[in-house]
Design a protein around this ligand. Structure first.
Ligand SMILES: Nc1ncnc2c1ncn2[C@@H]1O[C@H](COP(=O)(O)OP(=O)(O)OP(=O)(O)O)[C@@H](O)[C@H]1O
Length: 252
């Protein structure tokens, strides 16, 4: 059984078939990239899988459970969390408060529940505070922890969003263009962190990214979407040498 099984997922917006029978899976602990030309349906697929949109047809299963149409916060409790292309930090809160709260689509009081499912409340609070400080440190946000999130650079906002998603302790983390607008030093930091979370903590990732070279270096497998369906899947080398993929990009 795969961790994530997407089967025949479809969604149209007033005549535009954004996702058209997309079928793919992500194994437990796997590091997977999702690529495709502009308009291929990548973000809509994320929206459908993460419960931010309802599919017209098709199913999404998480660890064997049918979670099609489940709400984002319910999915977060089951271990699936996603980030957005446009980061969604709460600009009137500090960076530290944003991390502590977790994702805005996953209400704050649920974050501790998702992170610590058992044990005493006080211990939870200390552990949560420790985890916040550790994530701030890892993502080099400690110096700006007391600043309002609105003052962050685009790259720092991406880091904040990933840190916040990690507060929810996901088994599967779906990142929508985590490197866009992030300077090379911080990109490297995100790559290192994803590698560590994958290798040491066994977390699975599904990552949309236009910077294909960075992605190909990072992931074990790539799923290629074209016109809403999966064109092919394979190792980065297989996929990037596949003429159908090259044609889809040139034609797209
Ligand atoms: N809310 C919407 N209303 C109407 N059309 C939409 C909507 N969202 C997406 N689309 C259309 O659906 C198609 C797929 O869009 P989507 O954003 O999922 O693709 P993408 O692969 O993520 O593209 P990009 O790489 O440019 O971000 C496009 O033709 C897009 O214009």
């Amino acid at each position: 059984m795969s961790l994530l099984e997407v089967d025949g997922l479809s969604k149209a917006f007033r005549g535009v078939q954004a996702v058209d029978g997309a079928t793919f899976s992500v194994e437990s602990g796997e590091l997977v990239g999702l690529i495709g030309p502009n308009g291929a349906g990548k973000t809509t697929t994320f929206d459908l899988v993460s419960g931010h949109l309802s599919p017209d047809s098709g199913t999404v299963r998480l660890a064997g459970d049918d979670v099609t149409d489940a709400e984002p916060h319910a999915l977060a409790r089951q271990g699936l969390v996603r980030t957005f292309q446009q980061s969604r930090e709460l600009t009137t809160m500090t960076v530290r408060e944003n991390v502590a709260l977790g994702d805005p689509d996953n209400p704050g009081e649920r974050a501790p529940m998702a992170v610590f499912r058992e044990g005493a409340v006080a211990e939870h609070e200390t552990q949560i505070a420790d985890r916040v400080e550790r994530l701030l440190d890892i993502f080099e946000l400690t110096e700006v922890a007391d600043d309002y999130a609105a003052t962050l650079s685009g790259g720092q906002r991406k880091l904040l969003e990933v840190a916040r998603a990690l507060m929810l302790d996901p088994d599967l983390l779906m990142l929508d263009e985590p490197f866009a607008g992030v300077n090379p030093t911080l990109q490297k930091r995100i790559v290192e962190h994803v590698r560590r979370l994958h290798a040491e903590e066994g977390r699975a990732f599904l990552i949309i990214e236009h910077e294909i070279e960075t992605l190909a270096d990072l992931v074990e497998r790539i799923v290629v979407l074209d016109q809403g369906s999966v064109l092919t899947t394979g190792t980065p080398e297989e996929v990037l040498n596949d003429e159908r993929v090259i044609d889809a990009y040139l034609g797209g």
